[in-house]
Design a protein around this ligand. Structure first.
Ligand code: NAP
Length: 300
């Protein structure tokens, strides 16, 4: 039996639909989530079980009988390392044969991205545990470049703190294809760590050119330092907003820019294609899906 945690999220849904094609009996798929109703019709015949990383006993029950489990990293800001450690411990307690964790490209102590620490702690917990595992280190999703392009097209300026650093964005649907391939691929992936990227590393100037092309309007890349970027993003998001999540989002964006500048997201690998048999999508093609919306952006 194959399980997916966090099945109601975007990656969980795409992976569940992808894996369903490889399964003879849909009841061999177990969708675990905090929101069972939201995935009730996702894969007809699949089992749906409640589980929450903040509730260990829910996980031990939900992971019962699984041969493999895709552990999708949580979107929680605080306490993510502890959540993931609890999920791994529950998988061990439930006797899961193989845990596949969705990590990030080059996590570790030298990566300044705010999300790095919890991914690294989770990887370390997996390596120290008794369970067979596979680590999927995904680069940043290209899907978010659509929102970045909209902002840039509105002002004609793509302001960034990434210097000349590049990022090897990968489409979420390619991440899902990889996850489904590894979930259904069995023992051959055990003990492996895969670095998973899109087909090219793009710096800010290259991205600005793609945004211009997709939106049909000139966009200029404008490099600033971390302090200035923080000031600009803070000012943009400050208006009437003292929500901690918004402030975290600003700090995360600055930290990701710095991580890109320092080269942590620039690696380009062929692993996604090797695992799935399909070439991963370019950022240009992902932007192309939203061409109509990008061309309709009004100058601000
Ligand atoms: N590579 C990137 O650029 C990038 C960007 C954004 C996020 N991510 C990471 O990749 C993950 C999957 O991406 P996505 O696009 O599918 O995110 P998403 O649509 O925002 O989904 C959020 C995910 O977090 C799970 N989650 C939140 N709190 C949880 C809890 N207490 N217990 C168990 N699961 C919990 C949700 O599971 P439920 O079904 O229980 O709701 C869901 O799978 C994200 O959660 C985040 O860690 C990566």
């Amino acid at each position: 039996m194959i399980g997916i945690s966090g099945a109601s999220g975007n990656l969980g849904r795409l992976t569940a639909r992808g894996i369903a094609e490889h399964l003879g009996d849909p009841s061999d798929l177990v969708l675990t989530t905090r929101q069972p109703d939201a995935v009730a019709d996702l894969v007809p015949g699949a089992q749906v079980r409640f589980s929450d990383f903040d509730d260990s006993s829910s996980m031990t029950e939900a992971f019962e009988g699984l041969d493999s489990l895709l552990l999708i990293s949580s979107s929680t800001v605080e306490g993510r390392s502890e959540q993931h450690a609890a999920a791994i411990d529950a998988a061990v307690a439930a006797g899961v044969g193989h845990v596949i964790y969705t990590s990030m490209l080059s996590p570790g102590p030298t990566n300044p991205a705010l999300i790095s620490e919890s991914h690294w702690a989770t990887e370390e917990h997996l390596r120290a545990s008794d369970v067979e595992h596979t680590i999927l280190r995904f680069s940043l999703y290209s899907d978010f470049q659509v929102f970045e392009a909209m902002d840039a097209l509105a002002t004609g300026r793509f302001v960034h703190n990434r210097g000349t650093g590049g990022c090897s964005y990968i489409a979420r649907e390619d991440c899902a294809r990889v996850a489904a391939a590894v979930l259904s691929g069995g023992a051959s992936h055990r003990g492996k760590t895969y670095e998973l990227t899109g087909p090219e590393s793009l710096d800010a100037v290259a991205l600005a050119a793609l945004y211009s092309e997709a939106g049909g309007r000139e966009v200029e890349a404008v490099a600033v330092d971390d302090d200035e970027f923080l000031r600009l993003l803070g000012a943009e998001n400050a208006a009437g907003n003292d929500d901690g999540h918004v402030q975290y989002g600003v700090a995360l964006t600055v930290s990701l820019g710095r991580a890109i500048r320092e080269g942590h997201f620039s690696a380009v690998t062929t692993s996604a294609e090797e695992l799935t048999g399909a070439a991963p999508r370019t950022v240009a093609s992902v932007l192309g899906d939203s061409a109509e919306m990008l061309r309709a952006v009004e100058p601000s």
